[in-house]
Design a protein around this ligand. Structure first.
Ligand code: AGP
Length: 622
């Protein structure tokens, strides 16, 4: 996944492009580049490998590029290694020069996504005399636009629409044409793209934080649309090249929300924003103390008639599904299957009538989850999206959508969006149970009131962070860490393990506590850290005995349990307590120490917490 930006107006473009790219670095950061021009015949192209600051240094923070129209790109490599030559922008000519330099090309472009049939396109273009300098799929797309542009002597919009018909895959493309100075042309399919306008300028970006400081007036360009962007205005076209219109949306959340607010890392800020994220999400789903899902268009009749729920997602969102499965089945008595989106999309799962497929996604752009959504719809299931980004592709393609109100989440490792998704699924489970009369009115009132205490209880868990910071310094050199639990505790252990892996790079596994003895316990040796999640009272003794099995083989034990459950200290060396609550909602509390433990361990190891290696915030490729 990559980040793209664009600007055309009366100000110097390069500093604005660099600023926008700095807010998209979470989308990929193994190389970056800019292309600027303002009417001069040639285009100035500058590229750099590594983090964005290398590009900023190379252009004197953009000051060395005086032009007023330009595009920029920060890359997460999918095709071709993260080298200068593979860095975007790419051109229709034979080279962008050793480090960028003068692009002597008619067409210059940047791209986020994957052109799946780029090899065949490349062969076609080679036959027509084009030469390729990079290993990227993007270069083939830019050259194909140029090919149609010259062959049919048509305008940029028509050359682009012809290209769109020909290519397969996903793209957010931003292109500049030598013959159309001070204009930028964009095309979109499945990769995110937002366009903003102000009185004296126009902007484009992969995500809103990149342009929010300049304008709140934005357009969510739709799939298979093209836009012609000039200074302060934009025109839209469909795949036939016919002009069409799009509503302008006003963005409401503020730029500060996308800044660090004094925290060392976005992740720590977002961990501390969880009480607010959970409270706001909860409040958006309650009206006068009663659950109201009308905004999603989920009718009572549909919910009563449900025979099966399929939850489909990736990564942490899938872990939310694993927790929600227990809650929905226990409260609403509906069978729930939880599927990895990357598996679901290729499995021939029989879809019974009256199945609801719930796709959970923070970004709303994850390629596997989007593909799974489309498969579910093709098979006739009703689909519900639980997403955090308004106007995201998954939100717009699902039959129904419930937004989490976590605000912009910048750290690659999700925390507040995960917690907001958890509470949204708890709300859904309770409403399903009430409508299907598997809980009484009194139980409904108890559950909704108890849910309302979760934000404050999360706040209380956060007050324990210094102990976790201390403990993390003891495990910073661990090689293997095991997270174990049963039932909901197992679902929580999945998230604890992923958090630790993705930001501390320590190998870790989450295991159903009862399953360890069927093989994996052979990995337990002296001082292996085993973290037991012990919040489900009915399963406490079972899990404690599994932990004792590990301890007898030399393991070092940590336990997370609820206040007052002091018996655990007879077994483990380090205990974290979370406030008592209805056990269905415990994941919202028990995950907090695990997030903090992973965060402080990563910091202790001197790692880049917000932008961990090899990862990207939203994986918009397969
Ligand atoms: C979570 O910390 C990871 N960054 C990753 O697993 C993420 O949850 C997954 O890629 C799904 O992303 P989405 O919620 O935007 O679809």
């Amino acid at each position: 996944m990559c980040g793209i930006v664009g600007y055309t107006g009366h100000r110097q473009a390069a500093p604005i492009l660099l600023d926008g790219l700095s807010r998209l670095e979470y989308r990929g950061y193994d190389s970056a580049g800019l292309a600027v021009r303002n009417g001069k015949a040639a285009t100035e192209i500058v590229k750099a490998t590594g983090k964005l600051y290398h590009l900023a240094d190379k252009t004197d923070q953009g000051r060395s590029l005086p032009d007023t129209c330009g595009i920029g790109h920060t890359r997460w490599a999918t095709h071709g290694d993260p080298s200068i030559i593979n860095a975007h922008p790419h051109v229709s000519g034979n080279s962008t020069g050793p480090g960028g330099g003068e692009g002597d090309s008619d067409v210059v472009g940047v791209h986020n996504g994957i052109i799946e049939n780029y090899t065949e396109l490349k062969e076609k273009l080679l036959r027509h005399g084009y030469q390729f300098y990079s290993d990227t799929d993007t270069e083939a797309a830019v050259k194909l636009v140029d090919y149609y542009y010259k062959k049919y002597q048509i305008g940029p919009v028509d050359a682009i629409t012809r290209t769109m018909v020909r290519i397969r895959g996903s793209y957010a493309l931003a292109l500049m044409f030598r013959d159309y100075p001070e204009e930028i042309f964009v095309a979109r399919k499945d990769s995110p793209l937002i366009i903003g306008t102000a009185d004296d300028a126009s902007y484009l970006a992969s995500d809103a934080p990149a342009i929010l400081k300049y304008t709140r007036q934005v357009y969510y360009i739709e799939n298979l649309q093209v836009a012609r962007i000039s200074c302060g205005s934009v025109r839209f076209y469909d795949l036939n090249g016919d002009e069409t219109s799009l509503p302008m949306t006003e963005i409401t959340w503020d730029a500060a929300a996308a800044e660090k607010d004094g925290y060392e890392h976005f992740m720590l800020k977002e961990i501390h924003e969880q009480p607010t994220a959970v409270r706001d999400t909860l409040n958006s789903l309650l009206k006068d103390g009663r659950i109201d899902l009308s905004a999603a268009g989920l009718t009572d009749e549909m919910i009563r008639g449900l025979k099966q729920v399929e939850i489909v997602a990736c990564g942490s969102a899938w872990h939310v599904g694993m927790a929600a499965q227990y809650v929905i089945e226990d409260l609403a008595r509906i069978p729930v299957r939880v599927e990895l989106a990357s598996e679901f999309r290729y499995r021939s799962i029989p879809m019974a009538p009256d199945t609801l497929v719930i796709v959970i996604s923070q970004s709303g752009e994850t390629a596997d989850s989007l593909a799974a959504l489309r498969v579910a719809r093709e098979r006739g299931a009703q689909t519900l999206a639980i997403v955090n980004v308004v106007g995201s592709t998954i939100a717009r393609e699902a039959d129904h959508v419930l937004y989490t109100l976590a605000g912009p989440e910048i750290a690659v490792a999700t925390t507040k969006a995960y917690s907001a998704q958890l509470i949204a699924m708890d709300v859904l489970a309770i409403q399903m149970a009430l409508l299907r009369q598997t809980i009484s009115q009194d139980e409904y009132v108890h559950l909704t009131e108890e849910m309302g205490t979760i934000p404050d209880k999360i706040r209380r868990v956060l007050e324990d962070k210094e102990r976790l910071q201390w403990f993390s310094s003891k495990i910073a050199n661990a090689h293997d860490i095991f997270f174990i639990g049963r039932g909901l505790d197992y679902a929580i252990s999945l998230e604890g393990s992923l958090k630790m892996k993705e930001i501390s790079y320590i190998h870790s596994e989450a295991y159903a506590a009862g399953e360890l003895k069927h093989g994996t316990i052979s990995l337990i040796e002296k001082n292996t850290l085993v973290i037991g999640i012990l919040t489900q009272s009915q399963l406490f003794e079972k899990t404690i005995s599994n932990m004792a099995e590990c301890k007898s083989r030399g393991a070092y034990l940590m336990g997370i349990t609820t206040n007052g459950n002091f018996a655990v200290e007879d077994s483990v060396s380090f205990t974290v307590y979370v406030p008592r609550t209805d056990e269905h909602f415990i994941p919202s509390l028990a995950v907090i120490p695990l997030q903090l433990l992973a965060y402080y361990t990563s910091v202790n190891r001197g790692l880049d917490v917000d932008k961990p290696r090899n990862l990207a915030k939203s994986v918009t490729v397969e």
